[in-house]
Write a new protein. Structure first.
Length: 342
């Protein structure tokens, strides 16, 4: 039997012999090494904990952190004496510390990895600019070997989502401020006051829809898909990298900040701009406690807002009908659940 086996082996092709004697042992060793590396990343480096920190803070899942951070930022922009104070370390570092301290997680070694970074400092920050905080980034320090899973490119994508969430929260904050100022305004007829409150309510509806849609797409869909992948489909470092890459790419795609969704995002940006201008009109007029002089301007802003929202509804409807970006169906349902725009 052994002589027959040796005789048979002597006639086998070199490729088959290489596969049996070299390739299979190497693949076996590779599998063992991959398992050891994965165990090190998951059990010792706690890579999943890093994912949670990114979700809680850069994606603003932690409501207390997001509320403290954004409220102070927006108040400083609207009421501060000098907008240049917004990108000074004297203002930003204590703000981040206070926001982290107020978060549900509190101050931990992982939150100590977070820090603000300022790029392209503007000479002036406009209170009606949607991109007013485009200079602000929230960085997260990741050490070896987790930095092969969470790369600087990934953190740039997280900051794209972070800045978009700042825009949405700023619109919501501005509308709350508008509600407060409307209660203080004098010199309005009952009809004018009711009309302005109706305008504000329409703008608030869009803001609420956007935040609900983004929350659902990030935390209830994209994050769940990542967790399912981590629990069942991860067998190597490459699988882990791919799962994380897929999560952040899907998040950007579903948040409508990808290049493919640029036409839709341009309309959304214009709508957010109208919201900020509407609120700014109230704030500026409150010093005179008289809205008669700006009532027409606010009505014009609402008209342009309605035109932009109608355009957005038409564009999204066509995209849904063509089967493009199925997640937009969720957005469309939230926006037009009572057929108001049809």
């Amino acid at each position: 039997r052994e002589e027959l086996d040796e005789r048979t082996l002597s006639f086998l092709p070199l490729g088959v012999l290489n596969e049996q004697s070299l390739v299979l042992p190497i693949l076996t060793q590779l599998g063992l090494v991959s398992e050891a590396v994965m165990e090190h990343l998951v059990e010792e480096c706690h890579v999943r904990k890093h994912f949670l920190v990114l979700k809680r803070f850069l994606l603003m899942e932690d409501g207390e952190f997001a509320h403290t951070l954004t409220t102070r930022l927006f108040e400083e922009l609207m009421y501060g004496p000098d907008t240049r104070h917004l990108y000074s370390a004297i203002f930003l570092n204590p703000l981040l510390s206070a926001s982290l301290e107020s978060s549900l997680a509190g101050l931990t070694p992982d939150t100590a990895r977070l820090g603000f970074a300022v790029s392209n400092k503007p000479a002036y920050v406009s209170v009606t600019s949607v991109q007013a905080f485009s200079f602000l980034e929230l960085h997260y320090k990741v050490e070896w070997p987790c930095n092969i899973i969470i790369t600087p490119d990934h953190l740039k994508k997280y900051n794209k989502v972070f800045q978009f969430l700042l825009q949405l929260r700023r619109a919501s904050w501005a509308l709350k401020a508008a509600f407060t100022y409307l209660k203080k305004c004098e010199g309005l007829t009952a009809s004018q006051h009711r009309q302005l409150q109706g305008y504000r309510h329409e703008l608030q509806h869009f803001s609420t829809v956007m935040q609900g849609y983004i929350t659902n797409q990030i935390f209830h869909i994209s994050w769940r898909e990542l967790e399912e992948a981590l629990d069942s489909n991860i067998h190597s470092v490459d699988d882990l990298i791919q799962a994380h890459q897929s999560f952040i790419d899907k998040t950007i795609f579903r948040c409508l900040i990808s290049k493919k969704a640029a036409p839709v995002m341009n309309i959304i940006t214009s709508i957010l701009s109208f919201i900020l201008k509407f609120s700014a009109q109230l704030v500026l007029s409150s010093a005179r406690t008289d809205l008669k002089s700006v009532f027409k301007a606010m009505s014009d802003i609402h008209k342009r807002y309605r035109d932009a929202l109608t355009l957005l509804f038409k564009v999204v409807t066509k995209l849904v009908q063509r089967g493009y970006q199925p997640h937009l169906e969720d957005f469309l349902l939230r926006l037009n659940f009572n057929s108001f725009y049809q």
